[in-house]
Unconditional design. Structure first.
Length: 361
């Protein structure tokens, strides 16, 4: 297997806790707190870091990425952009500008990567199929403009005839585009337009099926995809300590608070969220494990990515390697609190896995 990309997560959307569901003023999203997570991840040796985006919950991601460009030297930034809030030619100029600020890593690879979110315009709701059709158009527009090509686009959502922006990326090419989503429309959008298909936690069998399906869909469009896996981690020196740490995360959560947290998320009705709930329902009722070392309890207080790899360093490493064997090329990890868990994973596991920034063919 080629090296996998190991990314961490900066909590721009008020998603940092010592106890899930219990707000902590010291862990609220702020420039300083999120900056420190990025700088810690760079120092610890992570390859990339996800900068999430949420209209109601967090800091503006493009503005934050611009600031991080001046403060980091090596780590890549996986900048989330919400298509429903964007005009693609302006977004292309923002991406090119931030890419230039970041420059190239020592490997010669671009330091900016882009997480495409198929979002609505705040206050409006578009059905899944047209929303992902709009996302496909946006990726086509971004790829043409950021590849330095004249754009002549006659689509359902945008009709554009214009030259690329005057500023180019550091490579003169579009940065890698990462996209997630489990619905048929999302899978087709990924097959047509992204470079890395992202998935939330699932069993090894579930991952195997998703990878096979997306490879088939991409092949029908004459394309190949890489695969990313977004999951939480809880790693301690022993399995008993890891399980105890996982239980402690939920020790102050009541059912009503957890349900309210899940319901307020903008993606609470998505196919991906439904799959996370399905895994949670199928898990062991006493402990919350759906298969060895994959714990679904974290989804009781979180919409979206709702499971964690829990275990000692050998178990966590083995689980990641098992996912790699199923075709996963990149991992986006997180834990609570994010800074503390980033340090624990780096000390116990990161140095033992063959990892490097993901290179596109």
């Amino acid at each position: 297997m080629t090296p996998c990309e190991i990314s961490w997560f900066s909590a721009l959307c008020d998603d940092d806790y010592e106890f899930l569901g219990v707000p902590d003023p010291l862990l609220r999203s702020s420039f300083e707190h999120c900056r420190d997570i990025v700088l810690q991840a760079e120092t610890a040796g992570y390859d990339n870091i996800l900068l999430p985006s949420g209209y109601a919950l967090g800091i503006d991601t493009t503005a934050f990425a611009s600031a991080m460009a001046a403060l980091t030297r090596r780590i890549r930034l996986l900048m989330a952009v919400r298509i429903g809030e964007s005009w693609p030619p302006q977004l292309a100029r923002q991406i090119a500008s931030i890419d230039r600020m970041l420059g190239l890593a020592g490997s010669g690879l671009p330091r900016l990567t882009v997480n495409i979110i198929s979002s609505d315009l705040p206050g409006e709701t578009l059905d899944s199929a047209p929303r992902y059709a709009r996302t496909v158009e946006a990726m086509q527009i971004l790829r043409s403009l950021l590849n330095g090509e004249h754009l002549n686009h006659d689509g359902e959502f945008w009709k554009l005839d214009l030259d690329p922006p005057g500023i180019t990326t550091s490579t003169g090419r579009c940065p890698p585009l990462y996209l997630g989503g489990l619905s048929p429309a999302a899978r087709e959008a990924a097959a047509q337009g992204c470079d890395v298909y992202l998935m939330w936690p699932d069993t090894l069998e579930g991952v195997r099926g998703i990878v096979a399906d997306l490879r088939d869909r991409a092949a029908r469009h004459g394309r190949m995809l890489r695969f990313g896996f977004r999951v939480h981690v809880v790693v301690r020196e022993t399995e008993a300590e890891a399980r105890a740490a996982a239980d402690r995360l939920l020790s102050r959560l009541d059912a009503a608070t957890g349900e309210a947290i899940r319901a307020k998320s903008l993606d609470s009705q998505s196919a991906g969220v439904a799959r996370q709930a399905e895994l949670r329902e199928a898990a062991d009722k006493q402990e919350g494990y759906i298969e060895p070392n994959l714990w679904t309890g974290i989804g009781r207080a979180r919409s979206g990515c709702g499971a964690a790899i829990v275990g000692d360093p050998d178990q966590v490493l083995a689980k990641l390697e098992a996912y790699r064997a199923e075709g996963i090329d990149a991992f986006i990890l997180s834990g609570y609190p994010h800074a503390a868990e980033a340090d624990l994973f780096a000390r116990h596991v990161l140095s033992r896995i063959d990892h490097a920034p993901l290179a596109m063919a």
